[in-house]
Ligand binder design. Structure first.
Ligand SMILES: Nc1ncnc2c1ncn2[C@@H]1O[C@H](COP(=O)(O)OP(=O)(O)OP(=O)(O)O)[C@@H](O)[C@H]1O
Ligand SMILES: [Mg+2]
Length: 249
């Protein structure tokens, strides 16, 4: 693991954004600012409803580590050229020994990647074949194939890997491959922080799950997640849900 705690610098917070303005008006961000977030496992999932703050938090962690909030890898110059998000300005990461070694070492030794579904494809095509990325031209692949190429070629070394709803591009079996990959990353000393709506991904063995909601953020068990419960019930009887949205045929 590289990062063991995420906190928000109170002085920076005031400088960057008022308490009642975005992002500090999002309950999960407020909770993060007030109590911090301890990362207790090599793989952490952030789950919660649309708008609960998952992307805001993942993006800020990316920026705290020195990754572009729009997605990309660490150790490249261009990541510092853009203004950070308000939470990214204020966020602080507490590193493990391995993490602080990586932060204080040369930029080329800094390993990390932020893959977000919305911006991934443009970035992937742009950097295909560039040194330090991957050989294959992902613009000639399907969305999911391109995604897996990136995941499997970049996610091979200890580093901080951030993902925002990677399931958007992936089939069931590709999601399973991703679970295998994330688990393996945890075993080799890397760290994964992933926002997801996927009960399949969230079931990665040994992962820490943080649920974001109106009350803030709390640790949750996979089997108790609302998301898991909804999918379980939907798959066993879709009509129980569908009658509320389209009425009874
Ligand atoms: N740049 C922004 N300026 C103002 N408000 C924003 C901005 N980006 C996000 N928000 C708001 O912050 C809240 C949290 O958004 P965020 O994108 O982090 O949610 P999320 O949990 O990732 O949702 P989803 O599951 O839909 O991806 C939402 O209410 C959103 O409208
Ligand atoms: Mg999001």
């Amino acid at each position: 693991m590289l990062v063991e705690r995420v906190t928000v610098d109170a002085r920076r917070r005031i400088a960057s954004s008022a308490a009642d303005a975005w992002p500090f008006n999002v309950p999960a961000v407020r909770a993060l600012a007030e109590g911090g977030l301890a990362l207790t496992a090599p793989v952490t999932f952030l789950v919660g409803e649309n708008g609960s703050g998952k992307s805001t938090v993942v993006e800020a962690i990316a920026e705290g580590f020195g990754l572009d909030a729009r997605g990309g890898r660490a150790g490249r110059k261009y990541v510092n050229d853009r203004p950070k998000t308000p939470l990214g300005e204020a966020i602080r990461l507490d590193y493990t020994l391995a993490g602080s070694r990586m932060q204080t070492g040369p930029r080329s030794k800094k390993r990390g990647f932020f893959l977000r579904a919305e911006t991934a494809f443009g970035l992937l095509g742009f950097v295909s074949g560039m040194h330090g990325y991957w050989e294959d031209d992902v613009t000639e692949m399907s969305h999911g194939e391109g995604f897996l190429t990136v995941l499997e070629s970049m996610f091979t070394q200890p580093g901080l890997f951030l993902m925002d709803e990677p399931e958007a591009a992936l089939s069931f079996s590709s999601c399973l491959r991703l679970v295998g990959l994330m688990h393996q990353l945890g075993e080799i000393g890397a760290q994964v922080i992933c926002a997801t709506h996927s009960p399949l991904l969230a079931a990665t063995p040994g992962a820490q799950i943080i649920q974001l909601d109106q009350d803030g953020m709390q640790t949750a068990k996979w089997a108790d997640l609302e998301l898991v419960d909804h999918w379980r019930r939907y798959l066993s009887d879709p009509s129980a849900y569908l009658r509320h949205v389209i009425g009874t045929p």
